[in-house]
Design a protein. Sequence first.
Length: 265
Amino acid sequence: MRLCSIASGSSGNCIYTGGEHTHLLVDTGISKKRVEEGLKALDIKGEELNGILITHEHIDHVQGLGVFSRKYEVPIYATKGTIEGIKKISSIGKMPEGLFHEIQTDETFTLGELKVEPFKISHDANEPSGYRIGDGEKSVAVATDLGKYDDYTVEHLKNLDAIVLEANHDLKMLEVGPYPYPLKRRVAGDKGHLSNELSGRLLCDILHDNLKHVVLGHLSKENNYEELAYETVKLEVTLGDNPYKGDDFPITVAKRSSVSEIIDL
């Protein structure tokens, strides 16, 4: 399997994962052109995609969905609430008939040689979901837009080979930053985004000897920066109640507007 962030941040998100014969995107929150450029770096054409998994209907996750789907007619998989939310966004435009496929959290489905496990996430959207994807031997997950996590979240993220994990903001930067107070409360709330500290603590709960790569994603442009997210998460692991140190695992930060490292598993 491969995992690669094409774009990740508060301004747009698009993640690729796939096996030898099956290619998937998680979200298309950037322009069609940028999605195509990202796929080109992976030596994949738009028409070779087997599916697009949508986490939720916020524009930084679906911005390019309409234009991209109308060109390539790739099947779209999302919860009922997310599909309903997408259809209400006028900028998406009219979608080709039959492209939407309704899924349910906690019900696994198969695309090609890959099994997809959608799981609930806590975010202020209609019916948001994260995704765990595996080929029977290797498994990866995309877990962003989490206001909070619990034992249910941890259970769905155990025994992974790689993960894209949200590290959205630094709490102090958020507190003194330019956001209006209601938005600050939303971001830091239970249906907002994971802070760097909480990201590190969640990581502590899912670490195991065979975890090969951690990609920190969905960083806020205004309330975080790469080095801070990286160092904070590493420190939480080192200080956490677990047998590991922050340097025991490859941790990288997904690029905001360019293709990140391609992870081969």
